[in-house]
Design a protein around this ligand. Structure first.
Ligand code: SRM
Ligand code: SF4
Length: 573
């Protein structure tokens, strides 16, 4: 049998000389605002994507102008923790080089949009001067490692955060190309001098994602990640971590070989083994992931192709010891805990709702200015959540009155006094910057929520938490396939509607209606919300209700995501 051809990206990586390609030369070429195609792929490993403003594409085309190229930069923030100084620098760079907004991502990172090529190098250099980096924020490597961001959970949280940061450091690519290109580091003469001890010359077959969670909160959505560590606490002490593998969201409309998948929990490890386990799981994917078809190259497919038992056996072999049996844990939800909490040290923490994770000023809501003024005096830190929200964390008793005053002055104080549906909502960036978007998300979901809030009020559901997520395409950047209500862009102003995800992100949803025009979403959902208000069982979650009452069938695992099976209630009828 002939060997399948490797995917084009594998050749790009191989000949890139550890991610150098011709990036330096491309940056120096002022005849165009874009970079050549190979370098666009390599730039991702350095944390930046070439994009163009899709809102003005038709006009530029009409006038025979080059697309309005610019770059998105993603800053890694392991565990989501940033100092006040880093916040201030991020804020400054957003004004000086980007489009004046800071985007808090669904993986606890910062993003800038709209940076033109001539400002790219300086932006990345200044990010590094602020003790942050962008390497491996994107690309076929381990990405920003997420961690439950609640510092008031004391020593267990601190240990989990340390684990996330250690994993992040350990799995950061070693190539000196990053320093060479962006930070004017010393040039390496030959590729022999560079090496990647974990990844090798061709890195991973595809992106790889890791989280550390502290139950009962699943706010980092472990079931949607390639690898997760779930903190197990016994008698108030962290005793180790359960290990989950093979989650992921991305899929392609019309291609049933692609599907979202819920991670399997396969074992338990001691706290001291976490970094080793992460390294060896990455190596299993490096060696056994599919490098011929990028639509089949995520770790979730490696897990399904070989089975979780095989993955565990291979992992044990790579480790040289066996993972221990899984220990019990319970997740209650995957949302954020809004408002003020105080910890045993007397420090306070305030979780703010940030719509779409977009920190910007509007005439009626000067959020970015308010946060800047707070950062100037804040002696604690900022924590980005995986739900695109922000915690002003570790506020000392001495600073709290001043910070409260600023929150009041800039209208931020009541950011969380919203319907529970809105507080549990997520939307990906989508248009106008995302080149893959088929429909609006960040710019449309707030209006849709306003529409739906009418139905919530009528049905007395304003304070009932229901997870609702929208993405502009099926890549699933806001993890819509584990929401109780998910909208996935199908075409301009049309969405596939999914129902039945688990409230703690533990179960996939199922397609309820395809290609629904935006204007028809409220009429479609309002009767279901009324039905839920009237006939739900005590404490029954919306996703569970949709399955019990037959709106959709339960999806057990990724490969049956597309199965058009009859909902249980209808099958019985
Ligand atoms: Fe994502 C690609 C934005 C989290 C699955 N994602 C993209 C790109 C870079 C579009 C592109 O390739 O040209 C988007 C840039 C839009 C823009 O203009 O900024 C993009 N993804 C985002 C962010 C910013 C969404 C947000 O609103 O917060 C998130 C950045 C996270 C970070 O800080 O690292 C983001 N992306 C996710 C998640 C959620 C997660 O990781 O928990 C997923 C689903 C989980 C998963 O990976 O399975 C996700 N993004 C994808 C995929 C589908 C991958 C696949 O398995 O097929 C793509 C497309 C691709 O890789 O080919 C993608
Ligand atoms: Fe872009 Fe699709 Fe991701 Fe949204 S889900 S940011 S539209 S790739």
């Amino acid at each position: 049998m002939s060997e399948k051809k490797l995917s084009a990206n594998e050749y790009i990586k191989t000949r890139s000389n550890y991610l150098r390609g011709t990036i330096a030369e491309g940056l120096a070429d002022l005849s165009t605002g874009s970079m050549c195609e190979d370098d666009q792929q390599l730039l991702k490993f350095h944390g930046t994507y070439q994009q163009d403003d899709r809102d003005i594409r038709p006009n530029r085309r009409k006038h025979k102008l080059e697309k309005a190229y610019s770059f998105m930069i993603r800053i890694r923030v392991p565990g989501g923790v940033a100092t006040s100084q880093q916040w201030l620098e991020t804020d400054r760079i957003a004004t000086q080089f980007a489009n004046g907004t800071i985007k808090l991502t669904t993986r606890q990172a910062f993003q800038f949009h709209g940076i033109i090529k001539t400002n790219l190098k300086r932006s990345i250099a200044e990010i590094n001067q602020a003790a942050m980096d962008t390497i491996a924020a994107c690309g076929d490597v381990n990405r920003n490692v997420m961690c439950n961001p609640n510092p008031h959970l004391s020593s267990v949280h601190a240990q989990a955060l340390k684990a996330a940061q250690d994993i992040s450091t350990h799995l950061t690519p070693q190539t000196r190309a990053y320093h060479e290109i962006w930070l004017d580091g010393e040039k390496v003469e030959s590729s022999e001098e560079d090496f990647e001890p974990i990844y090798g010359k061709t890195y991973l077959p595809r992106k790889f994602k890791i989280t550390v969670a502290v139950p009962p909160s699943n706010d980092v959505d472990i079931y949607a990640n390639c690898l997760s560590f779930i903190a197990i606490v016994e008698n108030g002490e962290l005793v180790g971590y359960d290990v989950a593998v093979g989650g992921g969201m991305g899929s392609t409309h019309g291609n049933e070989e692609t599907y979202p998948r819920i991670a399997d929990v396969i074992g338990f490890c001691d706290p001291a083994q976490v970094v080793d386990v992460a390294e060896k799981v990455v190596m299993v994917q490096r060696d056994f992931g599919d490098r011929t078809d990028r639509k089949h190259s995520r770790f979730k497919y490696t897990v399904d192709d070989h089975g979780p038992d095989w993955i565990l056996a291979k992992l044990n072999e790579y480790l040289g010891y066996d993972l221990q049996p899984v220990r019990p844990f319970v997740f209650e939800d995957n949302g954020d805990r809004y408002g003020w909490v105080e910890d045993t040290n007397g420090n306070s923490h305030l979780t703010l709702f940030i719509a779409g994770g977009r920190v910007l000023d509007t005439p009626s809501y000067p959020l970015r200015t308010g946060l800047r003024e707070i950062a100037k005096i804040h002696d604690g830190d900022f924590r980005l959540t995986a739900n695109q929200n922000l915690i002003i964390a570790n506020i000392s008793p001495a600073k709290r009155p001043e910070i409260e005053k600023l929150l009041e002055q800039y209208g931020i104080k009541d950011s969380h006094l919203k319907s529970a549906l809105r507080l549990n909502s997520l939307a990906c960036v989508s248009l106008p910057t995302c080149g893959l978007a088929l429909a609006e998300a960040e710019r449309y979901l707030p209006d849709l929520l306003t529409d739906l809030e009418g139905s919530l009020e009528e049905n007395g559901l304003r304070h009932d938490a229901i997870t609702i997520r929208m993405t502009g395409c099926p890549n699933g950047c806001a993890r819509p396939f584990i929401a109780e209500i998910g909208f996935v862009g199908r075409g301009p102003s049309a969405y596939n509607v999914y129902l039945g995800g688990g409230f703690a992100g533990q179960r996939l949803s199922k397609l309820y209606r395809e290609n629904v025009p935006a204007a028809s979403i409220k009429p479609l959902l309002a009767p279901i919300l009324t039905h839920y208000a009237k006939e739900r069982n005590d404490g029954e979650r919306f996703g569970d209700f949709c399955i019990r009452t037959g709106y959709v069938a339960k999806t057990i695992q990724g490969p049956d995501f597309h199965l058009n099976i009859k909902p249980e209630a209808l099958a019985k009828a």
